[in-house]
Design a protein around this ligand. Structure first.
Ligand SMILES: Nc1ncnc2c1ncn2[C@@H]1O[C@H](COP(=O)(O)OP(=O)(O)OP(=O)(O)O)[C@@H](O)[C@H]1O
Length: 342
């Protein structure tokens, strides 16, 4: 059975009398034990998707449409108590953007893990402590770290402790929001490897949110490319990278040097311009203003989501021209010629 099916998800934030449609018509699925990478620029709605799953949106945010089916149950129908009793930590755990945000500075690491275990299970203090020690060892931390306060750990160690916490109740899904942001490159790599190893051992699925294409390339089985609250492209990692069907995916790849080894590209370039205003999203394609290949049709007609084979899909009018777009999109000049908007 598919572990998670997100169907037509719409999430809004109310701010200063305006409605921000942060996530709009999103369909995604995750199989047991699989890693889904959600990638896209800042503000594209990535964090909002994962926060809506366990209902930890900011208080001005709410799910306006859609279903979030987890093991067959629609999580949008669960009360806060039901989510606490049945879902949070036990089935779905969450690693936030900033490791410090999920560790309480005034409690020792061990006490925090023990508390999670004891709040959600019948385990005795001794058993919970043994389990906490085992968890720390599993994430490569010395047992002595149990008695440390968060500030006594390095950034990488703290992130390991947060991963230990997320694993405490053996969830079937871990939501990881930019788990390596702010860490140096070597530590980032270690943390990504750790996540993959853990996944092999405990066979949990991971939804990993990042703005970094090279991170998803390294760890994800499948990728969803988000732009302006919508999924622009979805599919197996190798297909999305090697057979990109959406101009946004093509442009995003250009910005990540590690993906371009051996490429004949003249130089790396970020896509000029900025994302659409989600208070008043543009008609037609949301990416049109920054797309070198946009036409009048893109201006007025919302693109369909086109199945391009092998489970890969792209939200573009011109998937039949994707081969040409990939070739032309290799040149940074093609991107720099577009003025962008907003
Ligand atoms: N509490 C809030 N109130 C109003 N708008 C919000 C709130 N939280 C997020 N947004 C808006 O919703 C949109 C999606 O934000 P979200 O944080 O999900 O994007 P993201 O892709 O995860 O970006 P980042 O990587 O910067 O976190 C953005 O336009 C953002 O400004």
């Amino acid at each position: 059975m598919t572990l998670l099916e997100i169907e037509n998800l719409g999430v809004v934030y109310e701010e200063d009398g305006a409605t921000i449609r942060a996530v709009d018509g999103v369909d995604l699925s995750v199989e047991p034990g699989e890693t889904l990478g959600i990638v896209g620029e800042s503000g594209s709605g990535k964090s909002t998707i994962i926060k809506s799953l366990i209902d930890i949106l900011d208080s001005n945010g709410s799910v306006a449409d859609g279903e979030l089916r987890f093991k067959g149950d629609d999580l949008t129908q669960f009360s806060n108590e039901e989510l606490n009793d049945r879902i949070r930590w036990k089935e779905i755990s969450y690693i936030p953007q900033n490791a410090m945000a999920s560790l309480d500075p005034v409690y020792r690491i061990g006490s925090q893990i023990v508390e999670v275990i004891q709040t959600h299970t019948e385990a005795s203090e001794r058993d919970a402590m043994d389990r906490a020690e085992e968890l720390l060892n599993n994430v490569g931390l010395d047992s002595e770290r149990l008695y440390d306060y968060p500030h006594e750990l390095s950034g990488g160690q703290r992130q390991r402790a947060v991963i230990a916490l997320a694993l405490a109740l053996e969830p079937s899904l871990i939501l990881a929001d930019e788990p390596t942001t702010g860490l140096d490159v070597v530590i980032q790599d270690e943390i990504l490897k750790l996540l993959s190893e853990i996944q092999d051992e405990v066979n949990c699925a991971i939804v990993l949110v990042t703005h970094d294409m090279s991170v998803v390339a390294e760890v994800a089985d499948k990728i969803a490319v988000m732009y302006g609250g919508r999924v622009m492209e979805f599919g197996r990692t190798s297909s999305v990278f090697n057979n990109s069907n959406h101009p946004y995916t093509i442009g995003l790849k250009n910005a990540f040097p590690s993906l371009e080894r051996g490429s004949s590209k003249s130089r790396l370039v970020s896509i000029p311009g900025s994302p659409p205003d989600l208070r008043d999203p543009p008609m037609g394609c949301r990416f049109k203003a920054r797309c070198p290949f946009a036409t009048q049709e893109c201006d007025s007609v919302e693109p369909p989501t086109v199945d391009v084979g092998d489970g890969q899909r792209a939200k573009c009018h011109y998937t039949d021209q994707a081969t040409e777009f990939r070739q032309r999109g290799e040149s940074s000049d093609v991107w720099l010629a577009v003025e962008g908007e907003q």
